[in-house]
Design a protein around this ligand. Structure first.
Ligand code: ADP
Length: 276
């Protein structure tokens, strides 16, 4: 059975006395343990979709079923990682990771074990007694990932988690996330601007149309796992990346024609990173 089922999801924002449709007629299902990435022109509603799934903003209409039960607000079954890691600056790395367990009343010894397990998974065990200001951007994001994994949600929602990192760190983080996924087999929904990242990480890539966002197509990434970063040099990878870029390019041009915010394509390379 699908772990997540999204049916006819629609979202209107009320702004300046007018309704803006951000997401329209979105339908998809996710199987347990799948890694799904979402790409689409800037402003097409990817982040809105993820926040609705997290229960942080209300939908206008449609249904979201998690394990067959409709969700209407946030819950411990879903964990979210944002572009900015938002760690508690006054807490150590370990105490950041165990925060949710502490709130739920778990004993200290158990919390330390859980922190150790996930900090080891993201290669930060040596830094458990450091404070966030002593860490690089990539390290902070790894703490945020360990923190969300520590409360063991069924679904990880990741909203451009590597968007603020430099290119090299980003690539390392992608590899690390793939390894973490391989070990935990969490169901992941991951929004990104970066087509390379979307293909490398995903079992399926969901391509959104220009505003208002709806699903244009879902592309299966039939590349065996585990995936070393070197697969980015393979012909099958290039083919998939180019195919998604062709699909997206059309939407980007459409959104540009409508005067919305659009991607700027880096260095003219098909499938390169594209940013607003
Ligand atoms: P994406 O993540 O694909 O860049 P968003 O989900 O952030 O897109 O935004 C989708 C659309 O909804 C955009 O047109 C954006 O301006 C609008 N929007 C997002 N948040 C709000 C809000 N709080 N109030 C009004 N409009 C919003």
């Amino acid at each position: 059975m699908a772990i997540l089922r999204v049916e006819a999801l629609m979202k209107d924002y009320a702004a300046g006395g007018r309704a803006t449709r951000a997401v329209d007629s979105v339908n998809f299902t996710v199987e347990p343990g799948e890694f799904i990435t979402f790409v689409g022109p800037s402003g097409c509603g990817k982040s809105t979709l993820l926040h609705i799934l997290g229960g942080f903003i209300p939908k206008t209409s449609g249904r979201i079923l998690l394990n067959g039960r409709e969700i209407t607000g946030p819950g411990p079954d879903r964990g979210m990682v944002f572009q900015e890691p938002a760690l508690f600056p006054w807490r150590t790395v370990e105490d950041n990771v165990t925060w949710a367990l502490e709130v739920s009343g778990a004993p200290r010894a158990g919390r330390r074990l859980v922190a150790g397990r996930y900090l080891e998974m993201v290669n930060l065990e040596r830094f458990r007694h450091h404070y966030p200001h002593q860490l690089s951007g990539g390290m902070k994001q790894r703490v945020a990932l360990a923190r969300v994994l520590a409360f063991d949600p069924q679904i990880l929602l990741m909203d451009e988690p590597f968007g603020a990192l430099d290119a090299q760190t980003r690539e390392l983080m992608q590899e690390e996330l793939n390894t973490v996924w391989q070990r935990t087999r969490k169901t992941v929904l991951f929004v990104t601007h970066d087509i390379d990242e979307a293909v490398y990480l995903a079992d399926r890539v969901v391509v959104f149309t220009a505003w208002p966002g709806t699903i244009k197509e879902i592309v299966t990434i039939d590349i065996p796992r585990p995936r070393a970063i070197e697969i980015k040099k393979s012909p099958v990878y290039a083919e998939l990346r180019n195919r998604i870029w062709d699909s997206l390019r059309h939407e980007v041009l459409k959104s540009r024609g409508e005067g919305g915010s659009v991607y700027g394509v880096s260095s003219g390379a098909a499938g390169g990173e594209a940013r607003a």
